[in-house]
Design a protein. Structure first.
Length: 382
């Protein structure tokens, strides 16, 4: 009874919050040649493949399907899976199918396989911001799918599902996006004013602290929501872009180049200094130790596995790397920049960014480490 009471209190606390998280959508699916689905090879392929392997191993090793499904109050039994925040329909559906196939494989070795398997159904939800084109998502779902499917619009930094209703939660390349730009970094009256910068890599410590604090609040909110929604024994798997500790990293360096391009454009009158100074990326790239520390603050989850994948440096040696990088960043960030600066400015900005990356060849500097993709597997404690 005490545990249930604490859950209700936590639920009311989250529902009463008057600060709704902002959403920063990328160019998702659809027919646009600049969309993320068509231009995500720099980030997606090897990482997604590795994550699917990690997920399969995690389910086989850490998921007690007998206990979870036996605890279900429905008949037939239902196993509920959620993909949170994935912008690419084909990857979301492939990841969900991987989960289903692995759960079925796990059930085959179950002591209750004979009477459990025929009575088990799968419910999958694909979450995204309210601005997401869910029509594109629905068109990509196969007609002969072995599950029931639905969209779940809304921010994953808040509650989305009933208490103890989810068995497996998956999120890919989403949690490094903040729910909002950190307070003060775009305000010239604030000590954390990030003048002339769009990220915090080379900014004063007070700016970096504001970014880190917002990231900490967001991870806390994500886990608080999931601790209510995930059943005891359920799993959360997510991948997130991180940076190696105590070293220069190439990924935030590219953010710095984007900022310097905007300053050059302001000096030429293409945009204004005021617009540049008031713009900041709602992204924070934590180190793996920072991420572990934040997860451990929530006592309702145990870290079952953590892996760091290093992005391959051989990509940098391809002759068209600057062009591929520019197309990729445009697919990821164009909406953010266009909303603030306008489409014409953004067109010039990305052209100049490609030229700057090509001329400086900073990506060839071996003193800059590659970005990391951290995979984390969490288990909801009883």
């Amino acid at each position: 009874m005490q545990g249930r009471k604490r859950e209700r209190e936590r639920e009311r606390e989250m529902e009463s919050s008057d600060e709704l998280p902002q959403v920063f959508p990328i160019n998702g699916g659809g027919e646009d040649e600049k969309n993320y689905q068509s231009n995500s090879s720099l980030q997606q392929k090897k990482g997604v493949d590795a994550n699917n392997v990690f997920i399969k191993e995690g389910i086989l090793d850490k998921l007690d399907v007998d206990q979870l499904i036996a605890a279900s109050q429905t008949t037939p039994k239902a196993f509920t899976i959620v993909d949170m925040g994935c912008p690419v329909e084909i990857d979301a559906l492939a990841a969900l199918q991987n989960v289903i196939d692995t759960v079925k494989l796990k059930i085959e070795s179950s002591a209750v396989y004979e009477h459990l398997s025929p009575n088990l159904e799968f419910q999958v939800f694909i979450n995204g911001p309210t601005t997401r084109d869910f029509n594109t998502l629905f068109r990509s779902i196969p007609m002969n799918k072995p599950y029931y499917a639905a969209g779940a619009p809304g921010s994953f930094y808040g509650r989305l599902f009933p208490i103890s209703s989810l068995h497996f939660v998956y999120s890919t390349y989403s949690l490094h996006w903040l729910s909002k730009v950190p307070d003060g970094v775009g305000d010239e009256r604030s000590p954390a004013y990030n003048k002339g910068k769009i990220y915090c890599m080379s900014s004063p410590k007070v700016v970096a602290d504001a970014y880190e604090a917002q990231f900490a609040r967001d991870i806390e909110a994500f886990l608080k929501a999931r601790e209510l929604e995930v059943v005891p024994g359920g799993l959360i798997a997510f991948s997130i872009v991180t940076v190696p500790p105590d070293s220069k990293c190439i990924t935030p360096t590219f953010f710095e180049i984007l900022g310097s391009v905007l300053l050059d454009m302001a000096a030429k009158g293409i945009t204004s200094k005021e617009k540049v100074n008031s713009f900041n990326l709602p992204i924070y790239l934590a180190t793996p130790p920072q991420l572990v520390g934040l997860i451990k603050r929530n006592e309702n989850f145990s870290i079952e596995r953590m892996e760091q994948l290093c992005r391959p440096r051989e990509l940098f040696y391809e002759a068209d790397f600057p062009e591929k990088l520019t197309i990729h960043y445009r697919a990821v960030m164009e909406n953010l920049f266009s909303d603030h600066f306008g489409t014409e400015v953004v067109n010039v900005m990305f052209d100049q960014f490609k030229n700057e990356v090509t001329e400086t060849a900073v990506f060839m500097d071996l003193s800059h480490k590659q970005g990391l993709e951290s995979f984390v597997l969490l288990k909801r404690k009883p």
